[in-house]
Design a protein around this ligand. Sequence first.
Ligand code: PRX
Length: 646
Amino acid sequence: MTVAETVERYAPPARLSAEANLGADAYGRAEADRLGFWAEQAGRLHWDEPFGDVLDWSEAPFARWFVGGKLNAAYNCVDRHVEAGDGDRVALRFVGEPGDERLITYRDLLDEVSRAANALEALGVGAGDPVAIYLPMIPEAVVALLACARIGAPHTVVFGGFSADALRSRIDDFGAKTVITADGGYRRGAPSALKPAVDEALKACPDVANVLVVRRTGQDVAWTEGRDVWWHDATAKASPEHRPQAFDSEHPLFVMYTSGTTGKPKGILHTTGGYLTQAAYTFWGVFDHKPDDVYWCTADVGWITGHSYVVYGPLAAGATQVIYEGTPDTPHRGRWWEIIERHKVTLFYTAPTAIRTCMKWGAEIPARFDLSSLRVLGTVGESINPEAYRWYRRTIGGDRTPVVDTWWQTETGGHMITPLPGVTAGKPGSAMAAVPGVRVEIVDDAGEPVAAGESGYLVLTEPWPAMARTIWGDPQRFIDTYWSRFEGRYFAGDGARRDEDGDIWLLGRVDDVMNVSGHRLSTTEIESALVSHPSVAEAAVVGASDETTGQAVVAYVILREGADASDEKALIEELRGHVAREIGPIAKPRRILLVPELPKTRSGKIMRRLLRDVAENREIGDATTLADASVMTLIRDGMTAATADD
Ligand code: PRX
């Protein structure tokens, strides 16, 4: 990475600075009275009953924020805007992939959320009953989340790209008895089915009593009488009036499953008051959201970004936003820019991998569109490399827009480290500074802060409102994973460095978690998927650097004795397909290498570092701790042969 001193800075535009929602003073105010600052942010919400203490940390690391306060998340995201006279304001500008559009005002949203809440209640779903959601990026996805929130039913959204098996394990772990899905969604110019995966998953989930099915594509679906109900039938029958009930600030809002260092995904629990406060505050401050802005975040609702910065943050702030169902290259590679031009998008939030893909397609594509409405650009998911940052700022932002590189995680719930668009003179590639109200440190192995210029582990030293409350059903794992490495501090799993100016640079994961296109994948989870194939004896997976996706999955596989490898190519394709079926297409290895052995230490631990060296065509690092040093030569020779075949 470039050293800080040689990196240019981009000062915020004068007008944006002068009118910024969040000014430089916020840092000092939050530093002087952190809890008071967060209490002030909680004031962005409507509380049916006021809270007492801002934070109860007496049972750390299990936090309680805004203690005793009561509120309804859906009321905060919808009703209160209508009550304030903004019912005619557009909440969602939906763009379907085939080109269909829907404008949904806050009044329309209130009607739809209320009907859906009534429909869920009519099916017997009530406060505390977990609901699983498996939907494409359509307005009903937003409505479904809010309807659950409205009745106090915690939701878990499973990304539509996950397989039936991944869906089953999440439904099972969450204990959901209700599933909301669709016949399918449009992707790359064609209907892509979702319902069959639900039908497949539910063969092993006998407790699921109801499946609500949104009709999006009109494709044929199998139907289980008594279990399956059309969304349009259930909501048409339901009343558009629904009285929201106030829930405790710590009432579970949702669980989001994310990959960890073991094969089993972790259910990250977020609760109501603290989560919504931080989502609303950071949306307002980090994107400098003003009432006439048109915001667009390209994340799917199946990820945490879709929760915090498509549903809860923007809607709590009463924003108008675009949601888009499809891919950036359907029907042409200028689709995103066309949408920005047409809907006069002012705030745009996407992932570095998407920016790099667009860079590859060429600057002449966005140049065909009028992007002058844009005033703030954001990124999330991985560090943005300086070249992509500059391209984004110049080609998309016309060299006028600040770029906010936001570091956060499923577990943090909301932005934690980011520039502020009206304050920070940003450096390409740096996430810069902790959000006012958040405290971070970079420490060495012993937990001592490192000097400027040195790299170390990123830790969060004080609790924050949107922090994960626990791992669903496994509080011990919550303690072990995040709170044990450094006493009393949250260990994020990322490496980081502060430069001489004190600005923060993220350096990627320090554990066995990969980041592919901004999505978190566990090496162990993919290894387990591979060894569940009858031909595989052992597997080791690494994330190798990739120009576009950040990292790419590379798998080394030892076949079982007697496995038929006469057609190596076909077998490799079969294994890639197997991983896609077990986890989902996003986890499909970019390459699979059949090897005779894996590099292991004498205690049997796979040395992934060496496999990464091979995958990235580097000189193999220190291999002295290997039980059998000749293994690397065998693997390297095999690799050369495989590359020559490609
Ligand atoms: O490694 C960091 C990386 O993504 C991880 C969190 O992944 P997930 O929980 O799936 O959430 C992604 C969306 C918030 C982090 O541990 N990451 C995320 N944003 C950045 C980042 N790394 C560097 N810079 C970022 N802006």
